[in-house]
Design a binder for this molecule. Structure first.
Ligand SMILES: [Zn+2]
Length: 317
């Protein structure tokens, strides 16, 4: 799957690589074999290695283990600055290719979401193409949560992304459900909407004892990585077994072949997520603020509404 972050600035044609750098990153459950041509990038090789290691650690932590025993990650130099696009496949060994601008600096890597997004793809089985929305939706929904879990982003980033992105995943006129409406919005954000609604419902039925993360950990523990090809229903059933509530299958039945509109504004007010004067505000006393904190834990000291106004936007997600 191909996941683009912004404008592709141009393809660099370059001589034979002269300083191929490889690094083997050991994680709980698997290894990342990283390779790139260190001469191509202005940043020291160690910074690029640290970025990949941190991204892999976010995924390892969220899933309670790295999803595949081995993945080869290649950084492809491109003219320009910032992380540009990524692609993940597993038909012949797990492989991630990410295009990185040669002028990329440390701040670009700190802002990056693409590496984690790509690595999250490894943690769900390959499913028939009409369910592509679950693959992109999971990567879209899980990526900021995984980065939050290792302290790379604050909870406000999670809610900012959802507030900004989920409206793009709502059904438009003529929508025929997630399995039959393969538009960009329904694939990435419609899929994320499915994940978000599932997370909320699992938490509601289990009094915040379980969440979507438990379902996804269960799927991973059952061997459901991108390296295997499963019917979607198999993955969803295993996820439901892990949480003890059949939310994934029920929600799939509801959203697979009909638009199933959602009142997002009502959900935001229940959760206490609000945009006020251009700032994101998380209200401590909303009816479902405990669910909000269960999804994206907030610092215990936050008694007052927390807010943040300078969270970088993702350009085309
Ligand atoms: Zn993707």
């Amino acid at each position: 799957m191909l996941c683009a972050a912004g404008v592709l600035l141009g393809v660099r044609v370059h001589a034979t690589p002269s300083a191929l750098r490889t690094a083997l990153l050991e994680l709980d459950g698997g290894k990342v074999e990283l390779d790139f041509d260190a001469d191509e990038f202005q940043l020291p090789a160690e910074d690029l290695i640290d970025w990949v290691r941190t991204s892999a650690r976010a995924v390892e932590t969220f899933y309670a283990g790295f999803p595949v025993d081995h993945v080869r990650v290649t950084l492809i130099p491109r003219r320009g600055k910032g992380v540009i696009t990524g692609r993940t496949e597993a038909w012949d060994g797990a492989r991630v290719r990410v295009q990185v601008g040669t002028l990329t600096d440390r701040a670009d890597l700190e802002r990056d979401w693409i590496m984690v997004h790509e690595l999250v793809h490894l943690a769900f089985p390959s499913v028939p193409s009409r369910h592509h929305w679950i693959e992109e939706g999971l990567a879209t929904y899980v990526e900021p949560l995984a980065r939050l879990e290792i302290g790379e982003v604050p909870p406000e980033t999670v809610w900012h992304d959802l507030l900004d992105g989920l409206p793009k995943g709502l059904p438009q006129a003529g929508d025929r459900g997630l399995d039959f409406t393969p538009t960009w919005g329904r694939t990435y954000w419609g899929g994320a909407l499915f994940c978000f609604l599932a997370d909320l419902e699992i938490r509601k039925r289990t009094e915040n004892q379980r969440g979507l993360r438990d379902a996804l950990r269960g799927i991973r523990a059952a061997g459901g990585s991108m390296k295997v090809r499963w019917p979607l229903e198999k993955a969803l059933r295993i996820g439901d077994e892990a949480t003890g509530v059949p939310v994934l299958m029920e929600l799939y039945e509801k959203m697979r072949a009909s638009p199933a509109p959602v009142d997002l504004d009502a959900l935001w007010s229940e959760l206490g997520v609000e945009r006020r004067d251009g700032h994101l505000v998380l209200k401590p006393d909303a009816p479902s603020s405990a669910t909000r904190r269960a999804i994206a834990p907030e610092p215990e000291t936050a008694r007052e509404p927390t807010s943040s106004g300078d969270i970088p936007r993702k350009f085309d997600r």
